[in-house]
Design a protein around this ligand. Structure first.
Ligand code: GRF
Length: 200
């Protein structure tokens, strides 16, 4: 299976996927890594592994439509069957999401539906929840609202800051995303309404 990975930053989730492909756990090929930030460290990680990279800057495009059309073209040119959002910091339009219906997977650093949007870790610390974690889900037209594939839980400590909680969640993100992609690659995920069913 060919996948495209969309990134904006450091790319540690991209790295986790690359590592699990390299060690044989994931039967996938990353056909292209696309960033909206030309200087994202994620692009260096991909280049180091000889993966094709594309930078599409929003401000270099006249409209959001043009921005997404370029991303779509890069994904289609490489024959991607799935789009993985790994720290991609832009909201995709309903048009784009509908074109890739049930073919976009995102990771969010909170236990959805709690704390969607930006700064999920800070929201959890500020609220005072005792557990948080990460969620891997299919993307629909809402923000962090699509069918949930799997979640990992971590405790929140009394002395946690946004950063210490983010570090604890990130360890689980790097486990959760490859697990979800493995289930997808093996054809074990079916979507029924808003629920994802996982075949044994
Ligand atoms: C992760 O916390 C992810 O959940 C969030 O953005 C961060 C990306 O980190 N959406 P990285 O670029 O994968 O290191």
């Amino acid at each position: 299976h060919k996948i495209g990975v969309l990134v904006s930053g450091r790319g540690s989730n991209l790295q986790a996927i690359m590592d699990r492909i390299a060690d044989g756990y994931l039967p996938l090929e990353i056909a292209v890594v696309i960033s909206d930030k030309p200087d994202a460290f994620a692009l260096e990680r991909a280049q180091k592994a000889d993966i094709k990279t594309v930078a599409v800057e929003r401000k270099a495009c006249a409209s959001k439509e043009e921005f997404e059309a370029k991303i779509n073209a890069a994904l289609e040119a490489e024959g991607c069957e799935l789009v993985v959002l790994a720290g991609f910091m832009r909201i995709l339009s309903a048009d784009f999401v509908n074109k890739w219906q049930h073919k976009i997977i995102n990771i969010h650093p909170a236990l959805l539906p709690s704390f969607p949007g930006l700064h999920g870790q800070k929201q959890a610390v500020d609220y005072g929840v005792k557990f948080s974690g990460c969620t891997v889900h299919f993307v629909d037209a809402g923000t962090d609202s699509g069918p949930i594939i799997l979640q990992k839980v971590v405790p929140v400590m009394d002395d946690d800051t946004e950063d210490t909680l983010a570090d604890r969640i990130l360890v689980q993100e790097h486990i959760a995303m490859p697990e979800a992609l493995k289930l997808w690659a093996e054809g074990k995920l079916t979507i029924e309404g808003r629920k994802v069913k996982v075949k044994a």
